[in-house]
Design a binder for this molecule. Structure first.
Ligand SMILES: [Zn+2]
Ligand SMILES: [Zn+2]
Length: 194
C-alpha cells in the first residue's frame, strides 16, 4: 500500500474534506489489503470491497483501493455499520474489518493536542494501533458470477414496464420476467403527468 499520508490526501480530494471518516476508511483499506496480501489494489485488479455504510469512510475506502461502484468492485450493503469486507477474487479469501465502538472514546489519548473532538478522532484514527481500532475476521463470501466485474451477463426486458435489466436482476413470476421494481414495488412512486 502507498504511505498513509498519500492515501489520506487522495481520500480528502475525492471526498471533499479530511474528516475522521477519511482516516478510519483509509486505515480499514490498509488493514483489508494487508490481510489479503494485496500490495497495490489498483494494479492487482482482484479486490472487491463490500462497504456496509454509505458515509464518509466509504469514500476513503474507494480512494485508497481504487474500487468503484461503476467498476463493480465496490458494493454497498445497507447495514448502517462502520464495517467493510475485502474479497480477493483470485484466491477467494475475504476479511471483514469492523471499527470498534471503543475507538471513539480513546481518540483523545492519541491526540491530546487536538482542538476539538473531530480533530482528535481524525488524528487518532491515523495513529492508533490496529487492534484498538478494528476487529478483523476472515469470512466466507462467494459472490455469484453476475455480481462480479466484467461484461454484463445477459440483458432482458421487463414484461411489465419494458425497461432493460442487466446481470440477472430479473424475477420470474407466473411465467413473466419482471424487473424488481415491478415485482416488489419501487423505491419511488411514478407521478401521473398532467
Ligand atoms: Zn467526511
Ligand atoms: Zn418493470
Amino acid at each position: 500500500m502507498r504511505p498513509l499520508p498519500e492515501l489520506l490526501d487522495r481520500a480528502a480530494a475525492l471526498h471533499g474534506h479530511l474528516c475522521p471518516g477519511q482516516a478510519l476508511g483509509v486505515r480499514m483499506a490498509v488493514v483489508g489489503c494487508t490481510e489479503l496480501g494485496i500490495e497495490d489494489p489498483e494494479t492487482a485488479k482482484r479486490l472487491v470491497v463490500y462497504v456496509e455504510i454509505d458515509r464518509c469512510a466509504s469514500d476513503a475506502i474507494q480512494a485508497a483501493t481504487g474500487c468503484q461502484l461503476g467498476r463493480r468492485t465496490l458494493k454497498h450493503v445497507d447495514y448502517g455499520k462502520m464495517a467493510a469486507t475485502f474479497l480477493d477474487t483470485k484466491t477467494g479469501r475475504a476479511v471483514r474489518v469492523v471499527a470498534l465502538e471503543e475507538a471513539r472514546d480513546r481518540a483523545w489519548a492519541y491526540a491530546p493536542e487536538a482542538q476539538d473532538k473531530d480533530e482528535a478522532q481524525r488524528l487518532a484514527y491515523a495513529r492508533m494501533p490496529q487492534q484498538e481500532l478494528f476487529k478483523v475476521r476472515e469470512v466466507s463470501l462467494r459472490p455469484p458470477a453476475e455480481d462480479l466485474p466484467g461484461h454484463p451477463r445477459g440483458r432482458v426486458l421487463c414484461d411489465t414496464c419494458g425497461e432493460g435489466i442487466n446481470d440477472g436482476r430479473e424475477v420470474l413470476r407466473d411465467g413473466r420476467l419482471l424487473c424488481r421494481a415491478c415485482a416488489f414495488g419501487a423505491y419511488y412512486t411514478p407521478r401521473i403527468e398532467p
